[in-house]
Write a protein that binds this ligand. Structure first.
Ligand SMILES: [Cu+2]
Length: 158
């Protein structure tokens, strides 16, 4: 049993190294002088949650809140450096309210595509909201903690 546990840890370590190598490769990949935008774009519909695959608190499946008019996401959940839930599925017209827990210091909420951005706050109870009108996948992160895995995604589906 002890052996199995050690094996599992070894596998996890190896996986982490592979992910890191992939991320570094991705960075240098942008040097290609093809002139055009990346063929991958902002991620296909087939893998809308790729962005949060390494996000803190993401358990592999999004929270389904489709059909609700309002949803709340904790800012600073888990160990303080996570969005809770990290992945959310909603319907068009839903208002998402990010609510600061007060854990983990100063956070903000920044959309990758620039469609929304909050101020910084470290205060419990601080809120920021955005209403998602259009179908799509909206990746976002906390600027000071993005590299630590404080990332989230909202998928808007009909
Ligand atoms: Cu943060």
């Amino acid at each position: 049993m002890t052996t199995n546990r050690l094996d599992r840890r070894a596998v996890l370590k190896a996986t982490g190294a592979t992910l890191l190598a992939g991320a570094l490769a991705g960075c240098t990949g942008g040097n290609a002088d093809s002139g055009g935008g990346g063929s991958g774009g902002s991620g296909g519909d087939d893998e809308p949650f790729d962005y949060v695959s390494d996000a803190n608190g993401y358990d592999g499946s999004p929270t389904d809140a489709t059909g609700k008019s309002a949803v709340t996401v904790d800012v600073g959940s888990n160990n303080g450096y996570a969005f809770g839930p990290a992945a959310l599925k909603i319907s068009p017209g839903t208002t998402v309210t990010w609510k600061w827990t007060g854990q983990g210091g100063s956070h903000n909420v920044v959309a990758e595509d620039g469609s929304f951005e909050s101020s910084y706050s470290a205060e419990a109870g601080y809120t920021f909201e955005h209403t998602f009108e259009s179908v799509g996948v909206y990746d976002y992160y906390c600027a000071p903690h993005e590299s630590m895995g404080m990332k989230g995604v909202v998928q808007v589906v009909e």
